[in-house]
Design a protein around this ligand. Structure first.
Ligand SMILES: Nc1ncnc2c1ncn2[C@@H]1O[C@H](COP(=O)(O)OP(=O)(O)OP(=O)(O)O)[C@@H](O)[C@H]1O
Ligand SMILES: [Mg+2]
Length: 257
């Protein structure tokens, strides 16, 4: 299976050593199209590792989120079709297998989503957007920075307990991220309070396999507008009033600005 590593320079906490040992710690969440697992990646003591204490240290470990896409046959994949318009598959053998729906073809489909999400995370991370650092992709599994405290995942915006001021601050962060995406010509495509994490007051955008090229995709504007409506309806329901049309107008200005 082809694999890829995250963008350089690596954040200092990333463990890339070939001696690393991954241990499954459990399931973070099972979703419709993918399951997210918690994985500990540990390396033995290494004097060459700047983060490892001097010789004789215990080595170190880091927690990662492993998002494993399910085989398209067992997942209820809603993201196909329109999201994919304007994207091409590299290899005709793969595209034939996907069309036929063979088990190899279904693996290819699941792997394509893992790759698409990995590539988007890499691009957005380099643009400075608040997304988990993508550590590695291999086959149908994407390994990324785990957003949380210890083994406790950060709450999704939908579940976070926030004061009025914190809610207002989250709105600014979410719309700043949407503006940055728009400047890159993109819309999240499935933005909601379930695909945003809140970690110590910082909003992190997740679940990005279906990011939409707003200009290149014939339905791009509709996706952008739907993201605006989802976000504004949620914030308004929670007591932070905002206007989806106004936000949409601002993002369109960013797109062509
Ligand atoms: N990097 C991460 N750090 C911590 N928790 C994460 C991370 N990525 C995902 N999660 C958790 O796993 C859940 C599912 O992740 P994600 O939304 O990417 O997958 P999904 O299969 O699309 O799920 P769904 O179908 O529920 O939208 C998230 O809502 C979040 O609670
Ligand atoms: Mg999700």
């Amino acid at each position: 299976m082809p694999s890829e590593r995250g963008p350089k320079p690596h954040p200092p906490w990333v463990v890339t050593s070939a001696a690393a040992i991954d241990t499954e710690l459990g399931v973070v969440k099972t979703g419709k199209e993918a399951d997210v697992h918690l994985v500990e990646r540990a390396i033995p003591a290494d004097p060459a590792d700047p983060l490892d204490p001097p010789t004789g240290g215990p080595g170190r470990s880091v927690l990662l989120a492993a998002k494993r896409y399910r085989d398209a046959a067992t997942s209820d994949f809603h993201r196909s079709g329109r999201y994919q318009e304007g994207r091409r598959m590299r290899n005709t053998r793969d595209s034939r297998a996907v069309k036929r729906g063979s088990s190899y073809g279904r693996q290819v489909s699941a792997g394509r989503w893992a790759y698409a999400e990995f590539e988007t995370l890499s691009r957005l991370f380099l643009l400075g957007l608040p997304v988990p650092y993508p550590v590695q992709v291999q086959g149908t599994e994407l390994l990324m920075e785990f957003i949380g405290d210890g083994v406790e995942a950060a709450p999704r915006l939908a579940q976070a307990r926030l004061t009025e001021d914190e809610l207002a601050d989250c709105f600014v962060q979410v719309t700043d991220a949407m503006r940055a995406l728009a400047r890159a010509g993109l819309a999240h495509g499935d933005l909601s309070a379930y695909n945003l994490l809140v970690h110590h007051g910082r909003v992190v955008v997740i679940d990005l396999p279906q990011v939409v090229d707003v200009v290149g995709n014939p339905g791009g504007m509709e996706f952008l507008q739907r993201d605006c409506v989802n976000v504004c309806e949620w914030f308004t329901r929670r007591g932070h009033e905002c206007d989806a049309d106004e936000l949409f107008g601002e993002l369109v200005a960013e797109l062509f600005g």
